[in-house]
Design a protein around this ligand. Structure first.
Ligand SMILES: Cc1cc2nc3c(=O)[nH]c(=O)nc-3n(C[C@H](O)[C@H](O)[C@H](O)COP(=O)(O)O)c2cc1C
Ligand code: SF4
Length: 476
């Protein structure tokens, strides 16, 4: 699609409300270059790097040279908010893959090195680290834990989910995590946060998104006992984690990334179009499961639609807990990638987009606008802008100026073209060949046990042994 005007026509044709400027604003005139100051928080501009899980650490949870390269590139983005770089597991059992980073005594030097290379590169590119905020995203992968083999899940579940259990082939008597095991995971979060504090990270994110453990608590309606059922019980994990962090690491900032809405799991449509092409993915839900009792931020009677009433309660709770920094996202990469990371091309285990991916970008933006309006004192980082591709800089500056969001978070775009927003707001030409085209190889590769990275557009991966292996896997 050539030109901003043509893009705006397309937005109008889809009936979407997405603000988009005609021209790029530059330097001090760009909303993206405005400093954000709230109470004691100072963030030097409005560009954020989203966390993107790595699959390239060592088996013991230490970073490798590939990890260091990714973090250096996060620093090169010019973003003044780095949301963790990537999810870092609080325990070996909670790793999403056998090469995920781990927060532990033996990885202290490695994590510290990651922080150092990022800050150095950031200073080199922007001239100063003033206003740079750097956090670690702390995670337990819960249902999606694969600590020992990328081919073998070792799920830690909070309740039985009628669709996901079937997909994961979990027997009916598969044990749920006990309350005692949950308390020990809470302590793992405290230990990991203390380590992050000692290493000089500004904040930790108590991750509550994408189907991992924190997010599963929010939908644990059917769990009995202190961690399930009522809203108060489903948020007990968060409160216990926060309370402990405040006592062991009193100077450390706490932030939360959460999936503010969800949908039921989707699956490929088995039928083909008359021309043989695959059809768009479909919801995988029999009528017998309505009302749907296994989601958070969705309408149980129409579970592909959002209901923001509990996410609003959740944000009120964050305010009460004196948590100011929130990062909103949606769904899960495992069962609803189209709402989480809108893409034209699905990952190898995904499905064709059910609708124009721009509609899913617009939904996350609209959700963020509504929540920001309701909670003006919280700092919101928005997600899922990468599919905007060449028009991202025009939309990003418009949403910040119009107060829809405080910070524009970049995910996939950072893997291919980390400097996009920094350079675009500094008056440099946009390098169209480096724009992420949402080919999803950065998801397909790790699903097949290869490191995360942009295989089609980053020569580092394309020309490597990993690139050859991915080509081979995709062929056969
Ligand atoms: C390869 C890959 C890994 C990701 N890992 C994480 C993660 O560790 N933690 C997280 O909160 N989100 C993760 N995400 C989601 C992104 O942070 C982001 O929300 C998503 O890609 C949509 O933003 P985008 O359109 O800018 O890519 C990951 C996304 C990708 C593509
Ligand atoms: S592999 Fe590269 S182009 Fe494809 S979605 Fe990921 S970052 Fe974008």
């Amino acid at each position: 699609m050539k030109g901003v005007e043509r893009f705006k026509e397309h937005i109008r044709a889809l009936g979407l409300n997405i603000p988009c400027d005609d021209e790029r604003c530059l330097d001090q005139h760009s909303p993206l270059r405005q400093m954000l100051v709230k109470e004691k928080l100072v963030i030097g501009n409005r560009i954020a790097v989203q966390p993107m899980e790595g699959w390239d650490g060592f088996a013991d949870g230490n970073p490798s040279e590939h990890t260091l390269r990714r973090w250096r590139r996060f620093g090169r983005s010019g973003a003044k908010l780095i949301w963790g770089g990537e999810a870092v597991a609080v325990s070996h059992e909670g790793r999403a893959n056998p090469n995920q980073l781990l927060a532990a005594e033996h990885t202290t030097a490695g994590l510290s090195h990651l922080r150092t290379v990022l800050v150095e590169e950031h200073r080199r590119v922007t001239g100063s680290d003033h206003g740079l905020m750097l956090g670690l995203q702390l995670t337990h992968s819960g249902r999606f834990s694969r600590p020992n083999s990328s081919q073998q899940g070792e799920p830690g579940i909070l309740y039985h989910h009628p669709i996901l259990d079937r997909r994961m082939k979990l027997p009916e008597d598969y044990p749920v995590l006990t309350d005692g095991e949950i308390r020990s995971i809470v302590e793992d979060f405290h230990r990991a946060a203390l380590l992050a504090w000692k290493l000089g990270f500004d904040f930790v994110d108590v991750k509550h998104c994408h189907g991992y453990l924190g997010h599963e608590f929010l939908s644990a309606h059917t769990r009995e006992g202190p961690y399930g059922g009522t809203f108060e019980n489903r948020t007990r994990f968060l409160r216990e984690v926060v309370e402990g962090i405040r006592s062991v690491a009193p100077g450390l900032g706490i932030a939360v990334r959460f999936s503010a809405f969800d949908t039921v799991p989707f699956r490929p449509n088995p039928e083909r179009a008359p021309n043989g092409k695959p059809q768009p993915g479909i919801p995988d839900i029999p009528a017998s499961l309505i009302p749907y009792r296994w989601g958070f931020g969705l309408d149980p009677f129409h579970p592909t639609e959002w209901d923001l009433s509990e996410p609003i309660l959740f944000l009120s709770l964050l305010e009460q807990l004196n948590i100011r920094l929130v990062n909103v996202t949606a769904g899960s990469p495992y069962y609803s990638p189209h709402i989480q990371r809108p893409a034209l091309f699905p990952p190898s285990d995904g499905y064709q987009p059910p609708q124009d991916p721009l509609i899913d970008v617009g939904r996350q933006m609209e959700m963020t606008r509504l929540l920001k309006q309701r909670f003006p004192n919280l700092i919101f980082v928005g997600s899922a802008y990468t599919y905007l591709q060449d028009f991202l800089p025009y939309v990003a500056q418009a949403v910040v100026r119009e107060g829809w969001v405080d910070m524009v978070g970049l995910g996939r775009m950072v893997l291919t073209y980390p400097e996009l927003l920094w350079e675009a707001s500094g008056g440099q030409p946009i390098q169209h060949k480096r724009i992420c085209r949402t080919f999803s190889d950065c998801t397909t590769a790790p699903r097949n046990g290869l490191p995360s990275g942009c295989y089609p557009l980053d020569d580092y991966y394309k020309d490597s042994d990993f690139g050859e292996r991915l080509k081979f896997l995709k062929k056969g």
